[in-house]
Design a protein around this ligand. Structure first.
Ligand SMILES: *[C@@H]1O[C@H](CO)[C@@H](O)[C@H](O)[C@H]1NC(C)=O
Ligand SMILES: *[C@@H]1O[C@H](CO)[C@@H](O)[C@H](O)[C@H]1NC(C)=O
Ligand SMILES: *[C@@H]1O[C@H](CO)[C@@H](O)[C@H](O)[C@H]1NC(C)=O
Ligand SMILES: *[C@@H]1O[C@H](CO)[C@@H](O)[C@H](O)[C@H]1NC(C)=O
Ligand SMILES: *[C@@H]1O[C@H](CO)[C@@H](O)[C@H](O)[C@H]1NC(C)=O
Ligand SMILES: *[C@@H]1O[C@H](CO)[C@@H](O)[C@H](O)[C@H]1NC(C)=O
Ligand SMILES: *[C@@H]1O[C@H](CO)[C@@H](O)[C@H](O)[C@H]1NC(C)=O
Ligand SMILES: *[C@@H]1O[C@H](CO)[C@@H](O)[C@H](O)[C@H]1NC(C)=O
Ligand SMILES: *[C@@H]1O[C@H](CO)[C@@H](O)[C@H](O)[C@H]1NC(C)=O
Ligand SMILES: *[C@@H]1O[C@H](CO)[C@@H](O)[C@H](O)[C@H]1NC(C)=O
Length: 446
């Protein structure tokens, strides 16, 4: 009997190998390399006076860069970005000026001097990346000129007041540095032109602002210590494309007017303490791509309109208190890149529209639309078996092996050709087995 499996697999192998080798060689359309961008011949800046002063940059700014440990042996205005710095200059004559400066991976002994910063007030963009130097008060000539300010894992520790001194920013990005502030309002109050706001992983405390400047297109205040409700004034931001308030201590309900955010593409409110149900108004948002409401205390039924959102790619509703029948069918779930629905104990799926082979982390429904409890309950006689382990969800791997007819039916989901192969293989191998058996019989019973 032990010969059965090896024989079978051998036959399967023999039968399947010719077909697999038949797969057509994918026609690799050899894309001819067009010499539009020839490799070398870098566009050197036109006629740099390379005699005495090897740089076209304003000498004051050159000294400032030197004090910031930026190498200046070659012209900073024509240097490619390095691991430690990147610059963009204007085209002024006789001297150029810095428009953009990125300092990254700074050495530990770097210190910012007021003199250096004062001579850099032509900057409109200033980035600190992995530069744990001590912050100093920026001269106002610099801070009012800046349009974009970035601080990633840099400047050790900031205050709300320090950040509030950039009135002309359109883009503020701060992440991975503690901000001591009473709340976001003190930072944002003066930034009337702000379009993109990121303050994440900053241990920022307090409440979300009641007043917002209407040009905001991106808000990311994720991974802080914000609490209180999401103010409905947020839904006046008709240009808002992305909203990330995940991993805070927000509570209360999602504003019922959230559907006013008609430009919204990505929204994450995950890992808070939000309650209530998904607002009906959300049906009006036409281009939602990413909807993440996981790890809250949301309840009620999951609205059907989510299944009709054409652009949706990422959907996370796991770890909530949703109930009723999940409104999604298999073809909808297949279309998504990420789908998480597990750990909603009162939610179930209709097993006549979704095969139990799709591991969802929720139970199948009974005929009343209630979750079937797993087999080791009182009457384990009848229906269908529980729905088992989770993908994405982190419910413990309850392996209620689905052991009755309803399950064996769904297991026949093999593709057509391999069914035939299997049939032939079983037929052939039983013939072989029979022959061996007869030979053995004839040998021992002579
Ligand atoms: C900082 O240095 C690391 C290697 O030590 C490098 O991978 C990284 O790209 C650098 N960061 C920047 C912003 O250049
Ligand atoms: C920056 O904002 C201030 C007001 O805080 C304004 O007076 C000034 O003109 C602005 N500067 C630029 C360069 O836009
Ligand atoms: C936020 O606070 C926690 C706990 O006090 C600390 O471990 C963490 O490093 C802080 N994060 C930042 C970015 O300062
Ligand atoms: C934050 O700032 C306040 C005053 O602005 C100060 O009393 C408090 O000690 C600061 N907190 C920390 C952790 O530095
Ligand atoms: C908002 O953006 C528009 C278009 O980008 C611009 O014309 C307008 O001046 C901005 N408003 C403010 C207050 O910056
Ligand atoms: C939305 O998220 C996707 C994937 O994470 C990203 O590619 C896209 O740029 C985001 N769109 C906006 C408007 O932030
Ligand atoms: C929201 O922020 C978190 C943490 O910063 C991040 O992991 C997540 O990808 C963001 N989600 C969206 C939709 O931008
Ligand atoms: C949802 O929870 C709220 C309390 O957070 C409760 O008032 C409401 O009745 C619940 N709704 C449903 C449908 O369970
Ligand atoms: C699955 O659901 C989508 C969206 O609700 C619907 O358009 C589609 O017809 C359904 N497909 C099947 C096979 O029921
Ligand atoms: C499950 O789907 C079938 C076919 O669409 C339907 O007849 C049945 O009522 C559904 N069951 C529940 C509990 O919704």
């Amino acid at each position: 009997m032990a010969r059965w499996p090896p024989l079978l697999s051998l036959l399967l192998l023999l039968l399947s190998s010719p077909t697999s080798s038949l797969s057509p060689p994918t026609s690799t359309t050899s894309t001819t390399i067009s010499p539009t961008q020839s490799p070398s011949s870098s566009p050197s800046p036109p006629s740099t006076p390379s005699s005495s002063s090897s740089s076209t940059l304003d000498p004051k700014q050159l000294r400032a860069l030197q004090s910031l440990n930026v190498p200046t042996s070659t012209d900073p205005c024509s240097q490619p970005p390095s691991l430690h710095s990147a610059t963009v200059c204007d085209a002024a004559k006789p001297f150029r000026h810095l428009l953009s400066l990125r300092l990254s991976n700074c050495s530990a002994d770097l210190s910012l001097s007021i003199t250096a910063l004062s001579s850099l007030s032509s900057l409109t963009s200033f980035q600190f990346i992995n530069c744990p130097t001590a912050p100093v008060r920026f001269p106002s000539s610099l801070s009012t000129n800046l349009r974009s300010f970035t601080c990633l894992n840099s400047l050790r520790k900031l205050t709300g007041v320090w950040l509030s001194r950039f009135p002309n920013l359109t883009d503020l990005t701060v992440s991975g540095v503690t901000i001591n502030a009473s709340g976001p309002s003190i930072i944002l109050g003066n930034m009337k032109k702000l379009e993109s706001l990121t303050i994440s992983r900053a241990n920022l405390t307090g409440f979300l602002p009641k007043h917002w400047h209407l040009n905001l297109t991106h808000i990311d205040l994720s991974a802080n210590l914000l609490r209180g409700k999401i103010p409905s004034s947020l839904t006046l931001l008709e240009n808002l494309q992305s909203l990330n308030l995940s991993s805070n201590g927000l509570n209360g309900e999602i504003p019922s007017s959230i559907g006013d955010l008609l430009s919204l593409q990505n929204v994450s409110l995950s890992s808070n303490s939000l309650s209530g149900s998904i607002p009906d108004s959300m049906a009006a948002i036409p281009g939602l791509v990413n909807l993440d409401l996981g790890s809250n205390q949301l309840n009620g039924t999951i609205p059907k309109f989510i299944a009709d959102m054409r652009d949706l790619k990422y959907l996370n509703l796991e770890k909530n208190n949703f109930n009723g029948v999940m409104p999604f069918n298999a073809s909808f779930i297949k279309r998504l890149v990420v789908f998480k629905i597990g750990s909603n104990i009162n939610l179930c799926y209709n097993h006549s529209t979704i095969s139990p082979k799709v591991k969802l982390g929720i139970a199948p429904c009974d005929k009343h639309g209630l979750p079937l409890s797993p087999p080791p309950s009182k009457d384990s006689g009848g229906g269908g078996g529980g729905g088992g382990d989770s993908i994405g969800g982190n419910s413990p791997v309850d392996d209620y092996s689905l052991g009755d007819e309803s399950n064996s039916k769904s297991k026949q989901h093999t593709h057509g050709p391999s069914k035939v192969v299997l049939g032939v293989a079983i037929g052939l191998s039983s013939v072989v087995f029979l022959i061996i058996f007869l030979v053995l019989i004839s040998k021992c019973c002579r």
